[in-house]
Design a protein around this ligand. Structure first.
Ligand SMILES: *[C@@H]1O[C@H](CO)[C@@H](O)[C@H](O)[C@H]1NC(C)=O
Ligand SMILES: *[C@@H]1O[C@H](CO)[C@@H](O)[C@H](O)[C@H]1NC(C)=O
Ligand SMILES: *[C@@H]1O[C@H](CO)[C@@H](O)[C@H](O)[C@H]1NC(C)=O
Length: 420
C-alpha cells in the first residue's frame, strides 16, 4: 500500500511537472512567434545586403575557414550512412516530380498548374543549365555557409539565414543535375558590389545555354519542380527571349521615375543569345560616366530607399530592350506568403524581410533534422567543384576555374547529371 501510494504520488508529480513544462514551453513558443513576426513589412527593393567587406578581407581572396576559438565541430551525423541518406533524399524524397514538358504539375495533389500549348524544352538540360551565386561577403563565421562548423538545427538560433539560401540553390542544382557556381567577388571602387552581376553572368553564360542568377535571400521553393518545366511555363525560349525577371510588389517605393514598377534583379533567367550580351553590357556600363545613360551614375551607391543595379536596370535598360525582356508575375517568382505583399513566391520565393527568420522556416522544412548538417558537410567537401574567385573566373572561364569531380566519386555520391 505504502509503496503503491508512493508510486502514485511520484506519477502525479511527474504529471504536474510535465504539465507546467508544457505550458511554459507553449507560452515561450507564442512569444517567439510574436517576436519573429514583429517585423517591418515594408519590402526593401534591394535588401540582398551586398556590403563592403571588413578591412581585413583580401578582395576576391579565397575564404579561409577560421580554426581559432571555434567550438569543436560535432561528429558528422550518421557517419557511414550519410551518403546513403543523402542519396535517398536526392533520388526519392525530393526527386524531380514532373518531366520538362509534362502537361500538369500537381504538387501534393493540391495544386493544378499547367503548361501552355507546345512546350519546347523537352529534354532535361543537365549542366547546360547553370545557377549562379555571387557575393563579396566571406560568410565564414560559425553557422555560416563557409564557416568552420557544420550548420545544425541543434543550434537553430545561430544558423545564418542567407547561408541557407545558398545551400538551397546548391541542393536544387544537385537534384536536377544543373551546374552550380559560387563566385567570390571583389568590390568595385566606386559602386555597390551588386553591380558585378552583369559582368559575372556574361562570363559564365558563354559556357551554358541558360543561366539563373539568384540572390541569397531567394530560394527555389519547389525542389521537386524541374526548371525546364518553368521555362516552358513562362515560355522562355532563346529565339524570343533574352532575360526574364519578376515584378516587385506594386508599391510607390518600388516604382521608377516613370511610375513603372521595378523588376527585381534578385532573380534573373538569362538565355545564351546575342541580345542577352548586348543587354548585360549596356546594364554593366549604365552607371559609367557619360554613355550610355548620363544620369545612371546616381544608382552607383545605395542608401535607404535607393536601389542600385536594380534602379539602373529598371529606369533605363529595360526600356531599350523591352521586346527581349520578359516580366514575370510577382506572385510566381518574388515575395513570400507571410510578407502580405500580394506576392506569394509560388515558384521562386524572395524573403526580403524574412532573411533572418522565415528563410529558416522555409529551408528548414526542405532540409529538416540531420539533413542540414549532412548536406552542409557535403557542400564543404565539394567546394572545389563550384567555388571560384572572380579573378579566376575572369581569367580562365567558369569550367576551367572549377575542378571536375572524378567521375566514379561523383556518380557514387551525388548521382546527378544528364538523363540518359
Ligand atoms: C573570414 O575570411 C577572411 C578573408 O579570408 C579572413 O580575413 C577572416 O579572418 C575570416 N574570419 C573568420 C572568422 O574565419
Ligand atoms: C487542371 O486544370 C485543367 C485546366 O487547366 C483541367 O482540365 C483539369 O481537369 C484540372 N485537373 C484537376 C485534377 O483539377
Ligand atoms: C534607348 O532608347 C532611346 C529611346 O528610343 C534612344 O534614344 C537611346 O539611344 C537608346 N539607348 C541605348 C543605349 O540603346
Amino acid at each position: 500500500m505504502v509503496l503503491a501510494g508512493a508510486v502514485r504520488s511520484t506519477k502525479g508529480t511527474v504529471l504536474v511537472v510535465g504539465a507546467v513544462f508544457f505550458v511554459v514551453a507553449f507560452i515561450g513558443l507564442i512569444f517567439n512567434h510574436l517576436n519573429s513576426w514583429d517585423q517591418p513589412t515594408r519590402t526593401n527593393p534591394e535588401s540582398d545586403g551586398f556590403s563592403a567587406p571588413p578591412a581585413n578581407v583580401v578582395p576576391g581572396g579565397a575564404i579561409t575557414p577560421s580554426t581559432s576559438n571555434a567550438p569543436a565541430p560535432p561528429p558528422p551525423p550518421f557517419g557511414e550512412s550519410a551518403a546513403a541518406l543523402r542519396n535517398f533524399y536526392l533520388k526519392q524524397l525530393r526527386k524531380p516530380s514532373v518531366k520538362p514538358d509534362d502537361e500538369r504539375y500537381h504538387p501534393w495533389g493540391a495544386f493544378n498548374w499547367s503548361l501552355p500549348d507546345n512546350p519546347r524544352w523537352k529534354q532535361r538540360m543537365g549542366e547546360s543549365l547553370c545557377i549562379i551565386d555571387l557575393d563579396n561577403r566571406p560568410f565564414n563565421e560559425s553557422q555560416q555557409i563557409f564557416g568552420p562548423d557544420a550548420m545544425t538545427w541543434d543550434n537553430a538560433l545561430a544558423v545564418h539565414g542567407l547561408s541557407l539560401g545558398v545551400l538551397n540553390h546548391w541542393i536544387y542544382a544537385k537534384i536536377h543535375g544543373y551546374k552550380y557556381y559560387y563566385v567570390a567577388t571583389e568590390h568595385y571602387g566606386d559602386r555597390r558590389a551588386s553591380w558585378k552581376k552583369p559582368p559575372i553572368m556574361t562570363k559564365i553564360l558563354k559556357e551554358h545555354d541558360v543561366c539563373l542568377y539568384i540572390d541569397s535571400d531567394a530560394i527555389f521553393h519547389r525542389l521537386d519542380l524541374p526548371f525546364e518545366w518553368l521555362l516552358n511555363y513562362w515560355e522562355l525560349y532563346p529565339e524570343s527571349n533574352s532575360l526574364a525577371l519578376a515584378f516587385d510588389p506594386d508599391n510607390d517605393w518600388n516604382k521608377d521615375r516613370f511610375g513603372k514598377v521595378y523588376l527585381n534583379t534578385g532573380f534573373i533567367v538569362a538565355q545564351n543569345n546575342p541580345t542577352t550580351y548586348k543587354i548585360l553590357d549596356t546594364w554593366q556600363r549604365c552607371p559609367d560616366e557619360g554613355e550610355p545613360y548620363p544620369t545612371c551614375t546616381e544608382f552607383r551607391l545605395n542608401f535607404p530607399g535607393q536601389p542600385t543595379d536594380q534602379g539602373g536596370f529598371g529606369t533605363f535598360v529595360r526600356y531599350n530592350f523591352s521586346e527581349s525582356i520578359r516580366e514575370l508575375p510577382c506572385t510566381e517568382a518574388n515575395g513570400y506568403p507571410e510578407s502580405d505583399s500580394g506576392c506569394k513566391g509560388q515558384f521562386i520565393r524572395h524573403l526580403w524581410t524574412g532573411k533572418h527568420d522565415q528563410i529558416k522556416v522555409d529551408v528548414g522544412e526542405q532540409v529538416p533534422g540531420p539533413y542540414l548538417q549532412m548536406f552542409h558537410e557535403q557542400f564543404k567537401d565539394e567546394m572545389d567543384t563550384f567555388y571560384m574567385t572572380e579573378r579566376d573566373l575572369m581569367s580562365k572561364g567558369p569550367k576551367a576555374a572549377t575542378k571536375k569531380r572524378p567521375a566514379t566519386k561523383a556518380r557514387k555520391e551525388s548521382g546527378n547529371g544528364k538523363s540518359p
